[in-house]
Ligand binder design. Structure first.
Ligand code: LLP
Length: 425
């Protein structure tokens, strides 16, 4: 059986391995639900971007919202990556993981004054500014702390990335970015403000994009703007083309990062912009296929209308199916030949009908078996919650046949550690 996604997750006989480690054995050792990542898969995904960008001034800023666990950040920092952050909390994670703040770009529509100040003091490389009032505030905060904020405006190119409405960001109706009709005047304003220095331009059109076309359309629009801005006398040094490249969850066939980036660079060169530094902000495509969520089958509930396979992972561990109706492949960690496959809805213990991980899946399972939800490395753990007072899962990083526990399972008392009872009467 060929699995979609990563070559680093594969069966050896009937047993599912991630690199050199059995997933069933890891779940037995560390408990379940358990996120497990392949370090080699992450570095291989990064290498695909790096190959295409070799020989050119560039910075890959890992969009850490996809998976912000410290050991994941450390892996990318050590491989030379910068980071795309969207909160003060993410900045603290970068610093704790040994990342270089001078390789950090700060995105997001709602940066607070305190976050701006902290980022300026830490020395982040650039702010991706998403609105005119944000620009004004950033200048004020920079002046107050005696710094100059490097800025790039996130422009909204108004192209359809052809993806789920919740993860599409480059259309007029989205809250993100500055309308491209307003870009030139906003750059002019930025150039006048005392606390700012214009550094570049930025766009990000959505996520899980599986075609090159929308990227080329957005790039053309961004380059038109670069030309207009420069004609108005403002120099732009870098082009930040955002993230968004899709991965294979089942049968999607996105271009490789290398192929996509080569196409984009060719267009950039054709249009005479080859001298500019190029930034990318990939998230999912660096970590998505590198991770799986392992879960144990608790109960089988065959029924008249549906068969339910109740597992110990739930929507609080992995939100994507409940939130986007995302399809994620589910396979047995140990394939059985003593049980017939039936069609199951794989659902968790949370008290919501929306709590499911997969519907109508053909699986040969028994209680106590372990299942793996594939391609769960992106927007899995980073979106996990404590709903139903469920501690978040543990995480393991695998490298060859070595495995490290990189996050312990949360215990119940840790979940209410910050809460206080009312004084008793
Ligand atoms: N840059 C910016 C400004 C972004 O907003 C995002 C993602 C990225 C980069 C990285 O995009 P990626 O390469 O990962 O597609 N939770 C959703 C995805 C939300 C994406 C949000 N922004 C999901 O599970 O599908």
């Amino acid at each position: 059986m060929i699995l979609p996604g990563s070559p680093f997750v594969a069966y050896r006989g009937s047993e599912l391995f991630i690199e050199g480690c059995s997933l069933h054995a890891l779940a037995r050792r560390h408990g379940s639900p358990l996120y497990v990542y392949s370090r080699s898969a992450m570095l291989a995904s990064l290498a695909s971007y790096q190959r295409a960008l070799a020989g050119r001034r560039h910075l890959i800023c890992y969009a850490m919202k996809a998976n912000s666990t410290l050991a994941v950040l450390q892996t990318f920092a050590q491989a030379g990556c910068g980071f795309d952050i969207v909160s003060g909390g993410e900045l603290e994670r970068v610093l704790a993981a040994g990342g270089d703040p001078s390789k950090v770009v700060f995105s997001g529509v709602g940066k607070t004054r305190a976050e701006m100040r902290r980022a300026l003091e830490a020395g982040v490389r650039c702010f991706n500014v998403e609105s005119e009032p944000e620009l004004e505030l950033l200048s004020q905060v920079a002046v107050e702390c005696g710094r100059t904020a490097q800025v790039s405006l996130r422009v909204n190119p108004d192209v359809d990335a052809g993806t789920h409405p919740y993860i599409s960001t480059g259309l007029k109706g989205n809250k993100f970015g500055i309308a491209h009709q307003r870009a030139v005047v906003t750059y002019q304003r930025a150039a006048q403000l005392p606390g700012l220095a214009v550094a570049g331009i930025d766009c990000h059109i959505g996520s899980q994009i599986t075609e090159t076309g929308p990227y080329l359309d957005a790039l053309d629009r961004v380059l038109d703007l670069v030309e207009a801005v420069e004609q108005s006398g403002i120099a732009l040094h870098h082009l930040d083309l955002g993230g968004g490249l899709g991965i294979t969850y089942t049968d999607e066939t996105p271009p490789s990062a290398e192929a996509l980036v080569r196409r984009l660079l060719a267009r950039i060169d054709e249009r005479g912009h080859g001298h500019r530094e190029i930034l990318f902000e990939p998230g999912r495509s660096l970590v998505g296929n590198a991770g799986v969520l392992v879960t144990e089958v608790l109960y089988l509930k065959p029924g008249e209308a549906k068969n339910f396979c109740i597992v110990d992972a739930a929507m609080n561990d992995l939100m994507r199916p409940a939130m986007y109706e995302a399809y994620m492949q589910i396979v047995a960690c140990r394939q059985r030949d003593d049980t017939a496959a039936l069609t199951w809805d794989v659902a968790g213990p949370v008290c919501e009908s929306g709590d499911w991980l997969g519907r109508d899946r053909s699986l040969a399972v028994q209680p106590g078996d372990t299942l793996a939800v594939l391609s769960a490395g992106a927007y899995g753990m980073s979106m996990a919650s404590n709903y139903n007072t469920r501690g978040r899962a543990a995480e393991v990083m695998v490298d060859g046949d070595q495995a490290w526990l990189i996050r312990e399972r949360e215990a119940a008392n840790e979940l209410f550690r910050l809460e206080k009872l009312l004084p008793s009467a």
